[in-house]
Design a protein around this ligand. Structure first.
Ligand code: FMN
Length: 181
């Protein structure tokens, strides 16, 4: 049976590096899977969780914005791939807000089993994404049927394009990362 793979790109930046890498990973996924969807948070209306916990009784968020539909897509996918720029050593605020807004999924019959993360950061050290991976692991730990299955760190990628060779290598690695998903 075909697996549904959902990408959620959280950078709002025009020409986003993390989105470009996620798009390349998507091409790798498409090589082996025909049920792939790519969602970007650009131009989406996603408001903060108010913490009312109504969703734990009703399974539905009281806020009527774009997070509702995205949370449903997350519930129904087999594999999730989140992408984020590294902000202050962690995930972007917009991804954190979306993960909070997925609280209606907590304790529900969610389908996802594997979660991947794509990051980019100015910092080119090997542990540049460790805070972000930790945040996503913490979220996934609340969904016991799922696990963080892999991460791709585009380390040393700022808002300026890296020199050609490095970018080509990153794209190639991202494609291969996607093929393994
Ligand atoms: C608010 C903010 C905080 C940032 N914090 C970090 C950081 O802690 N470490 C880092 O290496 N880069 C940091 N950066 C740089 C971005 O992670 C980097 O430019 C990234 O590749 C941008 O990805 P995007 O083009 O997909 O938005 C920060 C950028 C912004 C705007």
């Amino acid at each position: 049976m075909s697996r549904k793979v959902l990408f959620v790109s959280s950078s709002l930046r025009k020409g986003s590096a993390s989105e470009r890498i996620a798009r390349e990973a998507e091409k790798g996924v498409i090589a082996n899977c025909d049920d792939v969807e790519f969602v970007t948070l650009k131009d989406k209306d996603i408001r903060f969780c108010r913490g009312c916990l109504t969703c734990q009784d009703t399974g539905k968020c009281v806020i009527d914005d774009d997070a509702r539909a995205i949370a449903e897509k997350i519930r129904e996918a087999d594999v999730l791939v989140f992408s984020t720029p590294i902000y202050y050593c962690g995930i972007s605020g917009q991804l954190k807000t979306l993960l909070d807004r997925c609280n209606p999924l907590y304790g529900s019959d969610y389908r996802f089993r594997e979660v991947f993360l794509v990051t980019t950061s100015e910092d080119d050290s090997p542990d540049a994404a460790s805070g972000a991976i930790g945040s996503v692991k913490n979220w996934v730990s609340c969904f016991p049927e799922a696990r963080v299955a892999g991460a791709f760190s585009g380390a040393g990628v700022g808002t300026e394009d890296p020199e050609d060779g490095k970018w080509a290598d990153l794209m190639n690695d991202a494609f291969l990362f996607g093929k393994e998903i």
